[in-house]
Unconditional design. Structure first.
Ligand code: ATP
Length: 447
C-alpha cells in the first residue's frame, strides 16, 4: 500500500485533501491522472450497465432530499449505525466489528492503541447532517445522502411512466454519497465522502432469485473483463443477522487488498423494503400493475452497488507490477526496479504518449507535434520530450499508458513512427496516416 500511495501522489493520481493545511481526515483529491482513471471507470460501468442493457435507464438525483426519505429508508433509525467503542484511557474510538467478532465480550477486549479498558459499545448513526436555509433549527435539518439508491426509489414512478417501461427494468445512477465513518482508513478504501455506482433492478418477486444470480455473475465478470485477476476476487454470502437492514440476501464481492479481503461491491436482494416503506411514508401508491395480467404488486429490487474509489483502488493494486532489474532493453539504466501499471486499456488515464526521439532536432520535434495534433481528438494523449527515450518509456509504464509513439530520424524520410506496446514491449512501425485507425483497432480489440 505504501508504494501505491506514493505512486498516486508522485504521479498525480491522488493527493490528500487540503494538504497545505495539514490535510483533512479521510478526504482525498483526485489529481490529473486520478480524475481520468475515475472518469474511465465510470464510463465503462455506464456502458456495461446502461448502454448494453436496453431495459436499464440512467438517473441523476439530488444529494439533498426530503428528510422523510431517510426515515422511510430506515437510515435514521438504528438500522444505519455502526457499533462504536471508546477507550476509557486514550479516548480513541473504534468500530466494534473491527476489533471484535460477534461472540466477543467487551470485558475481554482492550484498546488496540493503548491497551486501556473500553467503554460498552453504543450505536453511532452514520448519516451526515446539515441545515437547509438561513435558520439552523430542528425544522431545517437535512442529510447528505448515505447511498445514492434512495433517489432512484423515490423516482420509481416518474421513470416508469415517463419512459413507458415494463418489468423487469433497471435504473442506474452514479453520484456522491456521505457517511460519517467512525474509522476511515486504508487510503481511499473507507472515506466519509465517496462516489457510488448503483443499479436498482425492479422485478417480479418470483423472479428475484433468478435475477440475483444473473447480476452476481455479471458483476463478477465485469471486473475480470477489465483486467482484475480472478484469484483476487471472491463472492461472500452474508448470513442472516449480519446483513444490511434492508437486505433479504446479500453477497459481498471482495477483492484481496494488501490489507486483506475486503468488500468492493455489494449485491443485494432488497425485496420490497424500500418501495413499500416509501409508499407507506409518502402515501403514494408505488405498486406496479402488470399490463398483461393486471396483477398489482410492489416489485422486488436487486441492487448492485459499488464505490468508484474502492474499485479504483482495486484496479490500481491489481495493475501494479514491479520488474526487478528493469524491463527496458533500450537503455543501459536498469539495475533498478521498474514499475508497470498494467491497467486495462480502457481504464488507462493516458492512452497514447507522443515522444520525439530527441528534442534538439527541430524537424523531429515539429513532426512529433503534428502527430500529437493528429491523435489528440481521438485519444487522451500526452506529449513528452524530456529525458532519454528509455526514461520516458518508463515514466509512461508507471502510469499505465498502453502505447508510446516515437518519432525518429526515419520518420522524416518514411512518414512512419514506432509504436511501443506497454505489455509486450514490442515495437512496430506504422505509417502516420494509418495511426489513428491502427490505435483505435488496438483499443477496440482489447474489449
Ligand atoms: P462496509 O461494510 O465496508 O462499510 P457497506 O457494506 O456499508 O461497506 P454498502 O452500503 O453495501 O457498503 O455500499 C456499497 C459500496 O459502496 C461498497 O461496496 C463500497 O464500494 C462503497 N462504500 C461504502 N462505504 C464506503 C466508504 N466509506 N468509502 C468508500 N466507499 C464506500
Amino acid at each position: 500500500m505504501e508504494k501505491i500511495i506514493s505512486l498516486c501522489k508522485r504521479r498525480g493520481f491522488i493527493f490528500p485533501s487540503s494538504e497545505i493545511y495539514g490535510g483533512f481526515s479521510s478526504s482525498y483529491d483526485f489529481g490529473p491522472l486520478g480524475v481520468e482513471l475515475k472518469r474511465n471507470i465510470k464510463e465503462v460501468w455506464w456502458q456495461e450497465m446502461v448502454q448494453l442493457h436496453e431495459q436499464i435507464v440512467g438517473l441523476d438525483a439530488a444529494i439533498l432530499m426530503a428528510p422523510k426519505v431517510w426515515e422511510a429508508s430506515g437510515h435514521l433509525s438504528a438500522g444505519f449505525a455502526d457499533k462504536l467503542v471508546e477507550c476509557k484511557k486514550c479516548h480513541k474510538r473504534f468500530r466494534f466489528d473491527e476489533i471484535a467478532n460477534s461472540k466477543s465480550k467487551i470485558q475481554n477486549l482492550k484498546c488496540p492503541e493503548c491497551g486501556g479498558e473500553l467503554l460498552p459499545p453504543r450505536k453511532f448513526n452514520l448519516m451526515m447532517k446539515t441545515y437547509v436555509g438561513p435558520v439552523e433549527d430542528e425544522s431545517s435539518i437535512a442529510y447528505l445522502r448515505a447511498e445514492t439508491c434512495q433517489g432512484i426509489y423515490v423516482n420509481f414512478k416518474n421513470v416508469l411512466t415517463s419512459m413507458r417501461l415494463k418489468l423487469p427494468f433497471g435504473i442506474a445512477q452514479i453520484g456522491k454519497a456521505f457517511r460519517n465513518e467512525i474509522t476511515p482508513k486504508n487510503f481511499i478504501f473507507r472515506m466519509r465522502e465517496f462516489e457510488q455506482m448503483e443499479m436498482q433492478w425492479f422485478c417480479h418477486p418470483k423472479e428475484a432469485d433468478k435475477w440475483f444470480e444473473y447480476w452476481k455473475e455479471r458483476r463478477l465478470n465485469w471486473y475480470i473483463n477489465f483486467g482484475v485477476k480472478k484469484e483476487n476476487l471472491r463472492l461472500v454470502e452474508i448470513p442472516e443477522g449480519e446483513r444490511a437492514h434492508y437486505a433479504k440476501r446479500q453477497i459481498d464481492l471482495e477483492y484481496k487488498f494488501p490489507f486483506g479481503w475486503k468488500e468492493i461491491e455489494g449485491i443485494h436482494n432488497r425485496g420490497d423494503w424500500d418501495l413499500s416503506r416509501h409508499s407507506q411514508f409518502s402515501g403514494e401508491d408505488l405498486n406496479y400493475t402488470d399490463p398483461e395480467t393486471g396483477e398489482k404488486f410492489i416489485p422486488y429490487v436487486i441492487e448492485t452497488s459499488v464505490g468508484v474509489e474502492r474499485s479504483l483502488l482495486a484496479f490500481l493494486v491489481d495493475a501494479y507490477e514491479e520488474v526487478k532489474g528493469g524491463r527496458t532493453t533500450t537503455t543501459q539504466a536498469t539495475k533498478e526496479v521498474e514499475v508497470v501499471l498494467k491497467l486495462h486499456k480502457s481504464l488507462a488515464p493516458i492512452k497514447v504518449a507522443v515522444l520525439p526521439l530527441v528534442r534538439n532536432k527541430e524537424a523531429i520535434v515539429k513532426k512529433a507535434k503534428e502527430v500529437f495534433e493528429l491523435l489528440k481528438p481521438h485519444f487522451m494523449c500526452q506529449y513528452d520530450e524530456v529525458g532519454s527515450i528509455g526514461r520516458r518509456y518508463r515514466r509512461q509504464d508507471e502510469i499505465g499508458t498502453p502505447f508510446c509513439v516515437t518519432i525518429d530520424f526515419d520518420t522524416l524520410k518514411q512518414e512512419d513512427v514506432t509504436v511501443r506496446d506497454r505489455d509486450t514491449m514490442k515495437q512496430e512501425r506504422v505509417e502516420i496516416k494509418n495511426l489513428p485507425d491502427y490505435l483505435k483497432e488496438k483499443f477496440r480489440s482489447s474489449l
